[in-house]
Design a binder for this molecule. Sequence first.
Ligand SMILES: Nc1ncnc2c1ncn2[C@@H]1O[C@H](COP(=O)(O)OP(=O)(O)O)[C@@H](O)[C@H]1O
Ligand SMILES: O=P(O)(O)O[C@H]1O[C@H](CO)[C@@H](O[C@H]2O[C@H](CO)[C@@H](O)[C@H](O)[C@H]2O)[C@H](O)[C@H]1O
Length: 476
Amino acid sequence: MTEHISRVDPDVFTRYLERTRWFGGKGRPFTIASVRRIGALPRTSQDSADVVIDLVEVAYDDAEGGSEVYQVPMAFYEHPEARLDHAFIGWWEEPDRGWVHAYDALHDRESMYCWLAAFDRAAREAGGNLTDESGLRFHRIGEHELDLDAHSTLFSGEQSNSSVAFGEDALMKVFRKITPGVNPDISVHDVLTRTGSDHIARLYGWLDWVDEDEDTTVQLAMLQEFLRTASDGWDLALASVRNLYAEADIHAHEAGGDFAAEAERLGVALREVHDVLAEHFPVDRLDAAAVAELADAMDARLAAALDVVPELAQHAEALRTAYGRLRGLGEVEVQQIHGDLHLGQTLRTSLGWKIVDFEGEPAKPLVERLKPDSRWRDVAGMLRSFDYVPHVVERQFAEDQPDGAGQRAYRAEEWAHRNRNHFLSAYAGGELSDAQQVLLEAYVADKAVYETVYETRNRPTWVGIPLEAVARIGAA
Ligand SMILES: Nc1ncnc2c1ncn2[C@@H]1O[C@H](COP(=O)(O)OP(=O)(O)O)[C@@H](O)[C@H]1O
Ligand SMILES: O=P(O)(O)O[C@H]1O[C@H](CO)[C@@H](O[C@H]2O[C@H](CO)[C@@H](O)[C@H](O)[C@H]2O)[C@H](O)[C@H]1O
């Protein structure tokens, strides 16, 4: 542990991380390797607490090993704040502040005002940049005037990061797992905002920190347009299946809540986003050797997954065969993509579909996430998501209405099939070539394997959903 908080019992952070949704190391043994104070938010006249940002380094004590760094913004109060009980981290003596009661600052409206006010001030500084003496830099782009009267509300969803809405004006996403260098969520939103894309929330700014010791920059948060009229694509799709089940014996295309037209619009939106990204980021053609490396990477991911999900073993050969087919492809085009696309990353607004969260898969190292990849990875992510929807609805129905499961399973498959097809043909604009089919199948298999690990670690009772998909690949 570094000197400045050496009096804090590391168990305080261990217990806190384990309680959060966003900590990626749940289920793995770990110790706190270091805690580093990187700055304090500029004070405003409304402040009632000191607000600081710590980076907490976690070292894993299992065979996989390695370490990760998490961002923990904290509000320090002199006395306990009952209204923030749910966000309590611990209490300890700070060298220059005395005894403090530390709370997760994102739950605290007074503290969140510090971020909003700093972003607002940045817009008025030269170049839209505000830098403080600790190296925290607030950047603004565009003309949007922030609403400084807006109250902050922390989103409570299942997220890898923490998002705070400022009224209906702006949304700030605080990145939890921190890696030095460019965060693709910011760089991709920056390009799509500057080019006027219709399918994203506009970027308003971001916060980074210059680590002078390591000569690196760390991106800490992103501020963007709040999509007021948004409905989550995942929730809409769940509602569509519930609607289908509410009427006995009708087909998916006959149900009032049919989702196929939305699936088609989503396909078109994704293609348009991919086209803009291809225009503004480098596009490469992988040669046969590089394509073989792509297959090797999928093999390696499967090997690592087998340690976490031993049930995958019986399907390993079929999965390797799907990856192996990639080796027969001469060339594969790669570009900047989304990297972790699923229905929960899509929002239906009054102005059409928007896609959010361009950070890539949270578990992947940044170097991997920054590498150009095939567009078919994103398409595969969406196809997997259409597969998840009826399974999740069925879990809810099975409890209340155990009868009729067989009939529901049949109709569920019809729903998933219909929406996958509508999405895919709208995206591709016609039939897929053999090479595209091979790519798509390999990426679907790779995503399903990733999901088995993700579910085992985060929602163990859901692991059957991707495992069933993996079994289908085996049976094909
Ligand atoms: N600009 C926005 N306006 C309104 N809601 C948003 C916006 N961006 C994201 N959301 C909501 O916040 C949720 C989490 O955002 P996301 O970027 O996926 O975070 P994470 O990286 O933590 O997964 C999304 O599912 C969506 O419902
Ligand atoms: O949104 P995140 O970047 O945090 O993505 C992670 O969490 C997702 C779950 O919220 C997970 O997605 C999986 O579950 C979805 C249903 O909840 C389903 O629609 C997706 O198809 C499935 O992959 C995602 O994989 C993970 O990276």
